[in-house]
Design a protein around this ligand. Structure first.
Ligand code: AMP
Ligand code: MN
Ligand code: MN
Ligand code: MN
Length: 273
């Protein structure tokens, strides 16, 4: 069984529809996937339906944006009851805050003499959970940068002149939102940015698990996070963080997988079959 628990669709910053993502997963030999879009569950119903047709189990997921002292802390949620009205109300607020932040980023770019229009970003993002990725794509499209990575390295990344912090949500609240809809919470790709102190804080807060397998983790990091998971009785997850598009990550599909045992253990913890 091949399992990839971290995929994005065009409802956040991926470029493919949920149906396309599930088809690509099938072509890559995956058996179980999770769609974990940023601050939205809009892609889940379609993915689950297409998954049923193609014989792929789609675990309902999400990737919530939170932060500690301005550092992004992404929290993955699995097996969430995403139709919950209160949960959806929170997600709508998060997405509205993202729109306001995107406007502030465009204002900063304009002040840097880059006449990018907010409307051009909306044309790319449409109704999805708007992110810096859409702004980066617009900067590439209108020739203000040569490629996607230049957009982040020069303007949008942490510490760059057009950087704006994302939603000011605490990990405590992110973990609670996920558990209130029956889900399990995981620290996403800790190797990308999470300090020892923040990791300890998240464990104290009652995070359920750690994403151990991720393209940003080398073998050493994978072993390190697995040992932390063992020590604190935490669950393990992992996946490709596939987005498609300008970052050339098509070859990630099918390469960053976790054992079926990880999913079984999650289900056991939740008393699911
Ligand atoms: P946002 O949610 O708006 O903060 O955008 C974060 C998304 O941008 C992440 O989920 C990644 O998909 C992408 N991203 C963040 N930093 C970089 C970077 N330095 N280079 C390329 N992509 C990035
Ligand atoms: Mn992303
Ligand atoms: Mn992330
Ligand atoms: Mn992700």
């Amino acid at each position: 069984m091949k399992v990839d628990l971290h995929l994005h669709t065009y409802f956040s910053d991926g470029i493919y529809s949920p149906a396309q993502v599930v088809m690509k997963a099938k072509e890559s030999g995956l058996d179980i996937i999770s769609i974990a879009d940023h601050d939205t569950t809009e892609g889940l119903d379609e993915a689950i339906e297409v998954g049923k047709e193609l014989g792929i189990e789609v675990i309902p997921g999400i990737e919530l944006s939170s932060s500690i002292n301005g550092t992004d802390i992404h929290i993955l949620g699995y097996f969430i009851d995403w139709h919950d009205e209160v949960f959806q109300t929170h997600l709508r607020v998060f997405r509205e805050l993202r729109v306001q932040r995107a406007k502030r980023i465009v204002e900063k770019l304009n002040a840097l003499d880059i006449p990018l229009e907010f409307e051009s970003v909306i044309e790319i993002a449409k109704n999805s959970s708007i992110s810096r990725v859409h702004i980066a794509s617009a900067l590439v499209k209108y020739g203000f940068v040569n490629d996607f990575y230049e957009a982040f390295n020069k303007y949008l990344g942490v510490g760059c002149p057009a950087y704006e912090k994302n939603i000011d949500l605490s990990p405590r609240k992110a973990i609670r939102l996920i558990s209130e809809v029956g889900g399990l919470s995981f620290i996403a790709h800790p190797g990308k940015y999470i300090s020892e102190v923040d990791l300890a804080t998240l464990i104290e807060l009652g995070i359920d698990g750690i994403e151990v397998i991720h393209p940003s983790h080398n073998d050493e990091l994978v072993n390190y996070y697995r040992s932390i998971a063992d020590e604190y009785f935490l669950l393990e997850s992992g996946g490709s963080d596939f987005h498609g598009g300008l970052r050339n990550d098509e070859n990630c599909l099918g390469k960053y997988t976790v054992p079926y045992k990880f999913v079984e253990t999650m289900k056991k913890r939740l008393n699911l079959k």
